[in-house]
Design a protein around this ligand. Structure first.
Ligand SMILES: NC(=O)c1ccc[n+]([C@@H]2O[C@H](COP(=O)([O-])OP(=O)(O)OC[C@H]3O[C@@H](n4cnc5c(N)ncnc54)[C@H](OP(=O)(O)O)[C@@H]3O)[C@@H](O)[C@H]2O)c1
Length: 277
């Protein structure tokens, strides 16, 4: 989609973290932004900011884990904003645990928000894009979807799932003029990374949320298939990890990720009074 000015985008997870930066970047490109997340206050804040700057934004507070309610949400979106040209599946959660310590509700909640909701929103919005022969889906994945993060296994599975699902539908949609991009940020100076209060793993770098937002805009305009925000060394690491999982695991260990993530899991479990199994 070479020109995005005048288009309408749905952005999930717009009330905080990286989502706010993506919303601003879309508005700067004269895209009308339909912002979705649970916090009405957070959405109103970003929408007011966009409108003060002369942009157009609509807020719809909604918990997108309510999969059965998503058809009514889409109906409401289309009533308020008209046909949707761009969908950015950005909302996600993560929870650190040794795998055996996840409760069923944790697994369901993470997979529903991070993977099922993007699939369902896309399934509902795609027919209109195909019919109009124009559209773009952006799925915000993570480096954890390229090489899994120990003690963050459900999040990693959800993000790897997003990559594979994006890859599949991208090929299905090849002749429809509907593009699909999957974005894989590494550690980003915002949102869930800042909330963890940990240092960047050895060898990795930290991106600014404005960089992620710029990458999203560029991916839509240039119909980029997959964008990894980290530099060449990390890209090579992901490729080598595919060829040799042993190499990948040993690098993760050397970078101190196992220890850091285990400590995160312990901290989160202590905060919830959960005993390690
Ligand atoms: N930050 C990083 O270092 C990093 C690295 C790699 C990938 N990513 C990816 O980048 C994306 C944004 O991450 P972030 O760091 O900005 O996260 P964040 O600060 O935790 O923000 C998550 C957003 O999702 C919304 N959300 C959470 N639960 C929701 C629900 N049930 N229904 C609707 N919205 C919901 C939140 O708003 P409410 O709480 O108001 O609902 C918030 O707006 C995610 O896909 C994440 O996996 C982030």
């Amino acid at each position: 989609m070479k020109t995005i000015a005048g288009k309408t985008a749905v952005l999930t997870g717009a009330s905080g973290g990286i989502g706010v930066f993506i919303a601003r970047a879309l508005a700067k490109e004269q895209v009308t932004v339909v912002t979705i997340s649970r916090s009405q206050e957070g959405l109103e804040q970003i929408c007011t900011e966009i409108e003060t700057e002369g942009g157009k934004a609509i807020s719809i507070p909604f918990d997108i884990r309510q999969l059965e309610e998503l058809p009514s949400l889409v109906q409401k979106i289309e009533q308020l904003a008209g046909p949707i040209d761009i969908l950015i599946n950005n909302a996600a959660i993560e929870k650190f645990r040794p795998f055996q310590n996840y409760a069923l509700e944790d697994i369901q909640s993470i997979l529903t928000l991070n993977l099922h909701a993007p699939m369902e929103l896309t399934r509902l919005l795609l027919p209109s894009m195909i019919e109009r022969k124009s559209g773009h889906i952006v799925n915000i994945s993570s480096g954890a979807g390229k090489k899994a993060a120990p003690f963050n296994s459900i999040y990693s599975a959800s993000k790897a799932g997003l990559i594979m699902w994006s890859e599949a539908i991208r090929q299905e949609l090849a002749n429809t003029n509907v593009g699909v991009s999957v974005i894989c940020p590494g550690c980003t100076n915002a949102g869930m990374f800042l909330a963890l209060d940990i240092s960047v793993p050895k060898g990795a770098s930290i991106a600014e949320p404005t960089q992620v937002a710029d990458v999203v805009i560029q991916a839509i305009k240039q119909n980029q298939k997959e964008v990894i925000l980290d530099g060449l060394a990390i890209k090579v690491f992901y490729a080598l990890s595919q060829l040799s999982p042993e190499f990948g695991d040993s690098m993760i260990q050397k970078a101190g990720v196992i220890e850091t993530n285990f400590n995160c899991a312990q901290k989160q479990m202590q905060a919830e009074n959960i005993v390690c199994n």
